[in-house]
Design a protein around this ligand. Sequence first.
Ligand code: ADP
Ligand code: MG
Length: 174
Amino acid sequence: MAEQIRGGIANEAKSVVTRSAEETIAWGREFGRGLKAPLLVLLTGDLGSGKTTLTKGIVAGLGAAEEEDVTSPTFTLVHVYGDDAQSSGVAESASASLSATPTPTSAKSVVYHGDLYRIESFHDFETLGLEDAFSKPAVMILEWSEKFPLQAPWPQVRLKLEHMGGDTRRITVG
Ligand code: ADP
Ligand code: MG
């Protein structure tokens, strides 16, 4: 599967259908294993389409945290995984919104997981200081990134999630 995913990033859009949250997490884990920092991972899809669920797998695949420790940053806005120093500088001016998680030492890279759903103004978006993260290679996974333009010097990959009814979701890479 990893080969397929890498091919999907390099070539045309590829999609996969999952039939449970566990399947989405498992797919995310494989996908995460094939990623290399620096990278921006843009997740699009409606509420409940599985963006946070997929992120659990991606973060686990990157070795930055256990999937059960990855929670939605809907209210906290940005979570950081795999950062031993916990001193990313991101969201410094909104430190209450930044929560770091204890990290396995084998982490391949620092992972930021942001969610712009509750960000209402461009000013609030800027206050997050996401750009500060670009000073060091990391993987930044963003939910609702389409709400605000982020000037990112990193390569990016877009994952689109679609609710297909019941527990069925389609994930499209590209
Ligand atoms: P989002 O972050 O896009 O709002 P979440 O990942 O928070 O979505 O929520 C998705 C919900 O759908 C979770 O409760 C999850 O357990 C459930 N779910 C059911 N089937 C799937 C699936 N195939 N893939 C992902 N999540 C699923
Ligand atoms: Mg979410």
